[in-house]
Write a protein that binds this ligand. Structure first.
Ligand code: CA
Length: 644
C-alpha cells in the first residue's frame, strides 16, 4: 500500500511537470525548443539532433507596469505553423521559402498580468519574441530590462565583437559597431565591459554552431546587444544610458498590445546554415511600398583613397569618368562637397555624371545634437523640416541616394531617426546607406530604399591603421559567418592600389593579394557596393582584375557555404542569374590546400583568379571534375575567385 502511494505521487508530480513543459520542433524534427518554468522563472532550452545547444536559459521582461521574469505561473500554450514565400533582391537569396512550427506560451505574473513568448522554429533557425497584451486600461508601458539569456554548454567557444563605449572615438561618435573580434575564445574570457554586439557566433564543441542576433528593430524599440559572460550566461542588454550624450531612455516605449523585436538563433551541425540563413528577413515584412523601382549596383568613391583633398570639382569629374570607364552605375561624393564645391556647381556636376550614365550618391552628416561630428553638410538630416527641404533639392538636382554618417547608438530615439530618414528619403526617390551606424536588423526587407549599413571595421580603417591592415584577412574570414550572415554590409573595399594612398608608391602598404581583393568583392555582400578603385588602376592594375571588376554583380539569386572556419579561411559561392562566382580567402600563415565540393559546376571549365606562391595574382582556366570537385591552393593573405 505504502509503495503504491509513493508511486502515485511520483506519477502526479511528473504529470504536473510535463504539463508545465512545452516543446516545439522544426518541420524536419531535428531542432527542438523546450519551454518550462523553473521556480517561477520561464526558461527555454535547445537541442539539435538531440545534442544540447542551449541549456535552460531565462526568458522574461521587466516593465514599469510590473516584473515578468520571476514569480510567473503558466497560463496556457498554443501551437501552429507558418509557411511563407517571398522575393528579395537585396540579400543573399532572391527567392525564399520559410516554414516553421510555432509555440506560444502565456504566463501571468504575481499581479495576474499576462505576457506571452512566441517561438517560431524552422529547420535551422529559432526566432522568438514577447507579446504584451493590454492590461485593463493600460495601453502603454516602458520595457526597462530583459531577462532573455543564452546559457551555452561549457564546451562552447565564442566569436564576438565588443560593443564600443559610448561617446568616444572620432568626435564622440561611438558606438558604431567598428571593433575587432575575438575568435574561438573560451566564454569565461569574454568579459568586455560594454558587452558584445549582435551578431555573435558560438561553437558548441562538436555539437555544432549557434549564431545569435535580433531582427525587426525599428522606431518602436531600442537595439540591444549581448552582455559580457556573467554567471554562466549571456543576457540581452539594452543600450548604455550614456549613449546620445546621456539623453533619451535606454529601454523601449511600447504601445499595448505590443511586441518586442525577434531574438534569433541560427543553428547547424556545420556552418552551412549560418552562411545561408535568411531568418533576419523571414520574420519581418516591408513597412512601406517603394516609391520607385530602386536600381542597385556598383560605385566609385574618391574619398577612400584620395581622402578629403579630393573633395573638389575636378577630382569628382575624374571619378565620374572612372565610374563610366568601369560601366558602374554610381559615384559616391563624400563629406565637404557642400563647402568645397557648393550647391550650384554640384548641380552642374550631377548633370555631368548624368551625361556619362552615372548616378550620384551624396554624403550627409546625421548630426544634430547627439555628438561632436562636424564634417558638412550638417544639420540637414536631423529634423523632418530640414530633411524634406534638402530632399526636395536632391530630387530636383537628380541625386539617386544618400550616405548618412555618424549615428552613434542603439537607443529607441536613434532607431526613430533611422526610420524617419528612410521613410522621407523614399518619398523623394532616394536610396540610403548608413555609415558610423548600428547593425541593420531586418532592414533590407523592412525598408525598400535601404541599401546597406557599414557596422563593421571597414575599408577606411585599412587606410588608417596598420593593425587593421595586419588583420585584414582574419576579419575577411569572419564576416561571411558573422556580420554579413545577418545583414548587408557596406564595406567599401576592393583596393587594387599597392599602397592605400593617392601616390600609390609608398606608405600604407596593402598586405593582401589582388586576387584576395577581388574575392572580397564577392564574399562581402551589399546590393550597392562602393569600390575602392582609383583612376590609376585602369592602367597599373592587371587587365584581368579590371575586367573582373567591370563585370562584378552586386545582387544574388543564391548563396552557398562551400568551406571555411571563422577567422581562418572562408569559401562562399553565389549565383547571379546563370552565373556562379565562388570566392575564398586565407587568413592563415601557411598556404591552404582545399578540395572544394562544387556540384553546381561539375564538369565545367571556369575562369580562375588565384595567386602563385610569390603572391602574384593570375587568371587561367580551370576544369571542375565530373563529380564536382576542384583542388585549389590559397596563399596566405591570398584569395581566389572562380567564375562560370
Ligand atoms: Ca565608419
Amino acid at each position: 500500500m505504502r509503495t503504491l502511494l509513493t508511486m502515485c505521487c511520483v506519477l502526479i508530480s511528473s504529470a504536473l511537470f510535463s504539463q508545465n513543459e512545452m516543446t516545439v520542433s522544426s518541420p524536419d524534427g531535428n531542432l527542438k525548443v523546450t519551454v518550462a518554468l523553473a521556480s517561477g522563472q520561464p526558461v527555454y532550452a535547445v537541442t539539435y539532433h538531440d545534442k544540447p545547444m542551449l541549456e535552460n536559459s531565462p526568458l522574461g521582461l521587466t516593465t514599469n507596469e510590473g516584473d515578468f521574469s520571476t514569480n510567473m505561473s503558466f497560463v496556457d500554450s498554443t501551437t501552429g505553423e507558418v509557411d511563407k514565400t517571398y522575393t528579395q533582391a537585396k540579400i543573399k537569396h532572391s527567392f525564399i521559402q520559410y516554414k516553421a512550427n510555432t509555440l506560444k506560451c502565456t504566463f501571468s505574473n504575481a499581479d495576474k498580468k499576462q505576457i506571452s513568448v512566441l517561438f517560431q522554429v524552422s529547420d535551422n533557425d529559432i526566432a522568438f519574441c514577447y507579446e504584451l497584451p493590454t492590461w485593463g486600461e493600460t495601453l502603454a508601458c516602458v520595457v526597462e530590462k530583459e531577462a532573455t539569456g543564452y546559457r551555452f554548454p561549457s564546451i562552447t567557444t565564442a566569436f564576438l565583437s565588443g560593443m564600443m563605449e559610448p561617446m568616444a572615438g572620432f568626435a564622440r561618435t561611438s558606438p558604431s559597431y567598428e571593433n575587432g573580434y575575438v575568435a574561438d575564445e573560451p566564454m569565461e574570457k569574454t568579459t568586455s565591459p560594454e558587452g558584445y554586439v549582435f551578431p555573435g557566433l558560438f561553437r558548441v564543441g562538436d555539437n555544432g554552431w549557434v549564431l545569435l542576433s535580433e531582427t525587426g528593430v525599428r522606431s518602436l524599440y531600442c537595439g540591444s546587444h549581448l552582455s559580457k559572460f556573467t554567471d554562466g550566461l549571456y543576457t540581452v542588454e539594452y543600450p548604455n544610458p550614456k549613449q546620445n550624450n546621456g539623453f533619451g531612455s535606454n529601454g523601449a516605449q511600447l504601445g499595448l498590445p505590443g511586441v518586442t523585436p525577434w531574438r534569433t538563433l541560427t543553428i547547424g551541425a556545420t556552418l552551412e546554415p549560418v552562411v545561408e540563413t535568411t531568418i533576419p528577413w523571414d520574420v519581418v515584412d516591408p513597412l512601406y511600398e517603394p516609391s520607385q523601382d530602386y536600381k542597385f549596383g556598383r560605385s566609385t568613391w574618391s574619398w577612400i583613397v584620395w581622402q578629403d583633398p579630393s573633395m573638389n570639382y575636378q577630382d569628382q569629374v575624374t571619378y565620374i569618368d572612372l565610374a563610366a570607364a568601369m560601366s558602374y552605375e554610381y559615384i559616391l561624393i563624400d563629406a565637404w562637397w557642400d563647402k568645397n564645391i557648393g550647391y550650384e556647381k554640384m548641380e552642374a556636376l550631377i548633370r555631368y555624371a548624368e551625361s556619362k550614365g552615372v548616378g550620384v550618391f551624396l554624403w550627409y552628416n546625421s548630426n544634430g545634437s547627439f555628438n561632436d561630428a562636424f564634417p558638412t553638410p550638417l544639420h540637414k538630416m536631423n529634423t523632418s523640416i530640414a530633411r524634406k527641404h534638402e530632399m526636395k533639392w536632391l530630387r530636383k538636382a537628380g541625386v539617386t541616394g544618400l550616405k548618412v554618417d555618424f549615428l552613434g547608438g542603439d537607443k529607441q530615439e536613434t532607431m526613430r531617426l533611422y526610420e524617419d530618414i528612410l521613410s522621407d528619403a523614399n518619398d523623394y526617390g532616394l536610396m540610403v546607406i548608413f555609415h558610423g551606424a548600428t547593425l541593420p536588423r531586418g532592414w533590407a526587407r523592412m525598408y525598400p530604399n535601404f541599401v546597406g549599413n557599414e557596422a563593421v571595421l571597414a575599408s577606411e580603417m585599412l587606410v588608417f591603421m596598420q593593425h587593421v591592415r595586419n588583420q585584414e584577412a582574419f576579419f575577411a574570414a569572419l564576416h561571411p559567418f558573422i556580420r554579413n550572415a545577418v545583414a548587408t554590409m557596406e564595406f567599401g573595399g576592393v583596393f587594387l592600389n599597392k599602397f592605400l594612398n593617392k601616390g600609390n608608391k609608398d606608405g600604407q602598404k596593402r598586405l593582401t593579394t589582388d586576387a584576395f581583393q577581388l574575392a572580397t568583392g564577392i564574399l562581402f555582400q551589399n546590393p550597392v557596393q562602393m569600390f575602392a578603385l582609383t583612376p590609376n588602376n585602369l592602367t597599373d592594375a592587371p587587365i584581368f582584375a579590371i575586367d573582373f571588376m567591370k563585370n562584378i554583380p552586386t545582387t544574388w539569386d543564391e548563396t552557398r557555404f562551400v568551406d571555411g572556419y571563422p577567422g581562418k579561411y572562408a569559401v562562399v559561392a553565389r549565383r547571379n542569374g546563370q552565373q556562379w562566382f565562388v570566392a575564398g580567402v586565407n587568413a592563415e600563415k601557411e598556404a591552404k590546400k582545399l578540395k572544394l565540393q562544387l556540384p553546381m559546376l561539375a564538369g565545367q571549365i571556369v575562369a580562375m583568379y588565384n595567386d602563385n606562391k610569390n603572391k602574384a595574382s593570375f587568371m587561367k582556366d580551370a576544369k571542375i571534375s565530373e563529380n564536382g570537385t576542384l583542388d585549389i591552393t590559397i596563399q596566405p593573405n591570398g584569395g581566389f575567385v572562380l567564375v562560370k
